[in-house]
Design a protein around this ligand. Structure first.
Ligand code: GLU
Length: 340
């Protein structure tokens, strides 16, 4: 598709405003934690056997401001495997490496309307992976990772995701091995993409790399720093390292808005009004462009695969922190006669 708006023009129009003051954010985070701490609904994912042992009582929240302030409450430093949330950041690295047009051509950005691990979605769309937040699209994106060997490609991913977090992330070997032994469906998706000529590398090697990226350990605090890097035009607000270009962030957030919360992405946008990404291990990261990011961890999931406490706490905080991108109020320059 040809584009009639160049990046310079789009970047001139950015989301403005700030998070509330430091103390107010602290109060609201504590309030959100107290409100939803005792909500024990939902089911812990067990289709990857190692995830089933998660402690369903753990509940952590974190907000990171683009000014570098970090807020945490509850179990915000508990580490869990990043799972699908890695898709957002590997997509960012691929956009940075190959440019927007090439990645969009290879992967797409439209929602499938089908579950994240659907094989049928690939078949129904002539082999297109459709978008980078479903497994087919994420595997196609992982196939774009540069490097001369599987070890070099893993190093690239590990370094890139760690730069977003601002610290070296560790691989959860137990989760990796557990998923590697039970990911026949993802291997099938990769083979199917290969059969359509849609995979840039060997399907099994790519699925293995994808499985490793999903098994990197993060905390809610890490996810908030990673999200705040997308909110801050690609600069990590804690380490001040430039991780990706500002235009990359814009494209990642658009993809998250379209399909970051599985089949609840429309309801999420309607309720929360911001791009977000959730994963089956119970994390959610939500990004307020130009302001900061909010991350939650709690393992029990709803029937779409989103953390129950995480969705509720984010909905509450989006409203209280004033972050909904679709909210407006009448312009202050209208006087009374002006308004009919
Ligand atoms: N590694 C998981 C899978 O491919 C990620 C799923 C998710 O978090 O949505 O099934």
């Amino acid at each position: 598709m040809t584009r009639d708006v160049d990046d310079q023009h789009v970047l001139a129009a950015v989301s403005t405003g700030r998070l509330p003051r430091f103390g107010r954010v602290e109060e609201l985070l504590a309030d959100a934690h107290a409100r939803y701490r005792d909500d024990d609904s939902g089911v812990v994912a067990d289709y990857i056997p190692a995830l089933a042992s998660a402690d369903r009582a753990l509940f952590g929240l974190s907000v990171v401001d683009v000014d570098g302030s970090v807020h945490v409450v509850g179990d915000a430093d508990h580490e869990f495997s990043v799972q699908s949330i890695s898709k957002a950041f590997v997509y960012a690295l691929a956009l940075e490496e190959h440019g927007h047009d090439a990645v969009r051509e290879a992967v797409g950005v439209n929602a499938t309307g089908l579950p994240f691990n659907s094989v049928m979605a690939v078949e129904l769309n002539d082999g297109s992976p459709m978008n980078p937040m479903v497994n087919a699209g994420a595997i196609a994106v992982t196939a774009l990772v540069p490097g001369a060997s599987p070890a070099a490609r893993w190093q690239y991913l590990h370094d890139g995701l760690s730069a977003f977090a601002g610290r070296p992330l560790a691989l959860d070997v137990e989760v990796y091995e557990s998923e590697a032994a039970s990911n026949q469906r993802n291997r099938a998706i990769a083979r199917l993409l290969e059969s359509y000529g849609r995979l840039a590398r060997d399907p099994l090697e790519t699925t293995d790399l994808y499985t490793q990226q999903c098994a990197l350990r993060v905390s809610a605090r890490d996810l908030a720093v990673m999200g705040a890097t997308l909110a801050d035009g690609g600069i990590n607000p804690v380490t001040h390292e430039r991780v990706v270009d500002a235009s990359v962030c814009r494209h990642v957030l658009a993809a998250l808005a379209a399909s970051g919360l599985y089949e609840r992405s429309g309801e999420w946008l309607d309720d929360v009004g911001m791009p977000g990404k959730s994963g089956v291990s119970g994390g959610i990261v939500t990004v307020a462009p130009g302001k900061g990011a909010l991350a939650t961890y709690s393992a029990p999931l709803d029937d779409a695969g989103n953390s129950v406490r995480g969705v509720r706490a984010t909905r509450f905080l989006s409203a209280e922190l004033g972050l909904n991108l679709f909210a407006s109020r009448p312009d202050a320059t209208h006087d009374r006669e002006d308004v009919r």
